[in-house]
Design a binder for this molecule. Structure first.
Ligand code: URA
Length: 217
């Protein structure tokens, strides 16, 4: 059974992971980035947001979601859930900026996997909201985000069932008004989910892959 950790113990473990990430030089993107971006937020967060990879601004500051997409995430968090960014935990699938914001490569996702898994185990959130298709695919592979966004489901993760709530990436919402509407609606569903102690939601089943997928959709 998982050990029950105090907030201080959780923070100490998260700090240890952050140090490991900052010292890591095993990928080109780790060697070439300005700053690694381990993640940040409340070790007791009920919601964890997982994005794709740091962009230009995140790479400069060493913090996740601090550019335009981050501003949208922060504003929607406040407007809909009345939460600040340090009430939740925010991180990415990949902890170093890929050049020119290209998609993360499978070996980069794999190299960062253990850190993310440990962050999830330490925080033990009630809900993981995935932002975009790369973080969704970690828990629910081979599906199209346009089909399943806003639909919570239980997924087995390290012998625990956690609620995965797939969402569009905020950068996609900034590019298209229709996606923005869905993004806000999904945040409202997240609010309902957060307030419900026994949500009636399905266990994930493999679904057929869609053939066409656009970046971030
Ligand atoms: N996009 C992401 O996926 N993550 C960030 O941290 C910033 C932008």
């Amino acid at each position: 059974m998982a050990k029950i950790m105090t907030t201080q113990e959780k923070q100490a473990e998260l700090d240890k992971i952050a140090r490991e990430i900052k010292e890591f030089k095993g990928l080109d993107i780790a060697k070439n980035c300005t700053l690694a971006v381990p993640g940040e937020g409340n070790p007791e967060a009920q919601i964890m947001f997982i994005g794709e990879a740091p962009g230009f601004n995140e790479d400069k500051e060493g913090r996740p979601f601090v550019g335009q997409a981050g501003k949208l995430l922060e504003k929607t968090l406040k407007d809909v859930l009345n939460l600040g960014r340090f009430d939740v935990y925010i991180t990415n699938i990949v902890k170093f900026r890929p050049p020119d914001n290209r998609d993360p490569l499978p070996d980069e996702i794999e190299a960062c996997r253990d850190w993310l898994d440990r962050q999830i185990n330490i925080i033990h959130p009630k809900i993981i909201a995935t932002l975009g298709r790369f973080s969704m695919a970690k828990f629910i592979p081979d599906v199209s985000i346009s089909r399943i966004h806003g639909q919570a489901r239980y997924v087995d993760f390290n012998e625990n069932k956690i609620i995965i709530f797939p969402m569009y990436h905020p950068a996609a919402a900034l590019r298209a008004g229709a996606v923005m509407n869905e993004f806000i609606q999904d945040f409202n569903k997240l609010k309902t989910l957060l307030g419900n102690n026994q949500p009636d939601i399905p266990v994930a089943k493999p679904e057929p892959a869609k053939i066409t997928q656009t970046s971030l959709f």
